[in-house]
Design a protein around this ligand. Structure first.
Ligand code: ADP
Ligand code: ADP
Length: 232
């Protein structure tokens, strides 16, 4: 199945004197229960594609759908609702709330959207990311890798339809990167989680089922179950 897709999606920035085409008539489907990596050089449109898919940015033309809902036709209130209910976010910079503990950070999205807390699910995720002994720590008391694992648990907690991860290993050493990527891959295998991940790193992309390459706002390669050598 398809969890999200873009149809003839274009995004331009600027005025008619100086137009930058970030996305140029992109058609793409993201598979349910798959991890899709989006690669490509800086400025090729990766972040813009992800932001349009997640309802963080408005397309200039074309359509975006998540779980059959037309994101590109939503107003701000509907977009906020969509991000809370259907989408999990993981950022390069972790984006944890510094004054809250790991546990409070993981539960925050549920509290904001006034959803019930499934304690069994919380315990399960915390165990999988290996944070049982760190739940009372604040972000400043955690390593980068631990902070990103908190962010992964936070993204999973509301059981989102799809997780968008923007350079999730960009600030991590290689060992922490492998831990975070292993968790993301396992969440696909064990829970059917759908993930779309932007990354510069071929090693990170090699954890994905599918690797797309963007260049100048267009998809130039679409590889299914590629080997590391094919990604390079
Ligand atoms: P990537 O994530 O692959 O580095 P981006 O999606 O950030 O690429 O950017 C694609 C193109 O759109 C680039 O030329 C970039 O400079 C331009 N761009 C992105 N965001 C903006 C913005 N807010 N205003 C103007 N141009 C932008
Ligand atoms: P980067 O991953 O490059 O460090 P950021 O994580 O700072 O970028 O943010 C990327 C974009 O996503 C920003 O426009 C920011 O406002 C938005 N954003 C950050 N956190 C959330 C969130 N929890 N929900 C919705 N949008 C967010």
């Amino acid at each position: 199945g398809v969890v999200a897709y873009a149809a003839d999606l274009s995004k331009t920035y600027g005025t008619k004197d100086a137009i930058v085409t970030a996305l140029d008539h992109v058609n793409v489907e993201f598979g349910r229960g798959q991890m899709t990596a989006i690669m490509g050089p800086s400025g090729s449109g990766k972040s813009t594609l992800m932001h349009c898919m997640a309802g963080l940015d408005t397309p200039t033309s074309g359509q975006v759908f998540v779980e059959g809902l037309e994101v590109s036709a939503m107003n701000q209130r509907q977009l906020t609702d969509l991000r809370r209910k259907e989408i999990g976010f993981i950022f390069q910079s972790f984006n944890l709330v510094p004054t809250l503990t790991a546990e409070e950070n993981i539960l925050l999205p549920l509290q904001i959207s006034r959803k019930p807390i499934d304690r069994a699910w919380f315990d399960q995720i915390v165990k999988v990311v290996g944070l049982e002994q760190r739940l009372g720590h604040r972000p400043s008391q955690l390593s980068g890798g631990q902070q990103q694992r908190v962010a992964c648990a936070r993204a999973m907690m509301a059981r989102p339809s799809v997780i968008f991860a923007d350079e999730p290993t960009g600030n991590l050493d290689s060992r922490s990167s492998r831990e975070v990527l292993s968790f993301l891959r396992d969440s696909v295998r064990d829970y059917g989680q759908s993930i779309v991940m932007v990354t510069h790193d071929p090693r990170a992309a090699s954890y994905a089922n599918r690797v797309l390459v963007l260049a100048d706002g267009q998809i130039t390669q679409d590889m299914h179950e590629p080997t590391y050598e094919q990604i390079l």
